[in-house]
Design a protein around this ligand. Structure first.
Ligand SMILES: Cc1cc2nc3c(=O)[nH]c(=O)nc-3n(C[C@H](O)[C@H](O)[C@H](O)COP(=O)(O)OP(=O)(O)OC[C@H]3O[C@@H](n4cnc5c(N)ncnc54)[C@H](O)[C@@H]3O)c2cc1C
Length: 209
């Protein structure tokens, strides 16, 4: 169930706000899942150096045991299914403010975005270059909504925590950033709630009891 309103241009065409996510680990893909699922144009750039390739999860609530790479394969399929433009092996080299939005640079070109989610793991260079404030423990300074000191720029996952590095926390950070973006567009608190009838509509008799 999505409750984002379209923004309509002067010529009558509709254009949804755009989100660029730098980093496609658990934090970045979680943010992308929520924004794409709820109608925002979403692009993820990733270099596939996620720590998840070294991990095996026994501590992700709701999943008994899963390999980190297997978890990532499922997560990538899930965001692809929601229409995320996932650009694998295309590193973000710079992010800068431009008017009301941002320009994201890679070796392939420049991309415009209304919102940026930084999710580059323990690498905090992009946040530093953008002028985001850091805490006295040298991580990117965010509140529970994950927004940095730069309006419209969010930071998530390992880059905002000195050592509390867990997949479940990174996924929660990404979801919080995305919901905050959706709320800021809507102008009131946004809820991404689905109910059993939504699943039945999509999957019919295949829905598990
Ligand atoms: C050995 C090991 C075992 C672990 N075991 C567990 C465990 O059992 N349970 C658990 O919950 N957690 C575990 N973790 C921690 C877990 O892997 C991390 O908490 C999680 O991966 C952090 O997610 P993230 O999205 O913040 O960062 P990451 O997973 O590191 O993802 C960041 C992504 O950003 C990409 N990136 C970086 N810079 C750029 C750029 N400029 N442009 C584009 N992309 C970029 C990277 O390539 C990477 O894919 C383990 C970690 C390690 C190292």
């Amino acid at each position: 169930m999505s409750d984002t309103d379209d923004s309509t241009d002067a010529d009558g065409s509709t254009q949804m706000p755009s989100v660029i996510v730098a980093g496609g680990g658990p934090a970045g893909l979680s943010a992308a899942l929520f924004t794409a699922k709820n109608g925002l144009e979403t692009t993820v750039f990733d270099t596939d150096e996620t720590w998840m390739h070294k991990a095996h999860l026994f501590n992700y609530l709701g999943i008994g045991s899963v390999g980190g790479s297997e978890f990532m394969a499922t997560a990538r399929q899930q965001v692809d299914d929601f229409g995320v433009d996932r650009r694998q092996d295309e590193p973000v080299t710079a992010v800068s403010e431009s008017g009301d939005g941002f320009i994201v640079e890679t070796d392939e070109g420049e991309y415009e975005a209304d919102y940026v989610v930084l999710a580059t793991g323990a690498n905090r260079e992009l946040a530093d270059d953008l002028g985001c404030e850091f805490t006295d423990t040298d991580v990117v300074d965010v509140d529970v909504d994950m927004e940095t000191s730069v309006d419209g720029v969010y930071a998530t996952g390992a880059m905002v925590r000195p050592e509390e590095w867990q997949a479940a926390i990174a996924v929660g950070d990404g979801a919080a950033a995305a919901l905050n973006i959706l709320s800021s567009i809507k102008g009131e608190y946004y809820h991404d709630f689905d109910v059993p009838a939504d699943a039945e509509r999509v999957f019919g008799d295949l829905v598990a009891e």
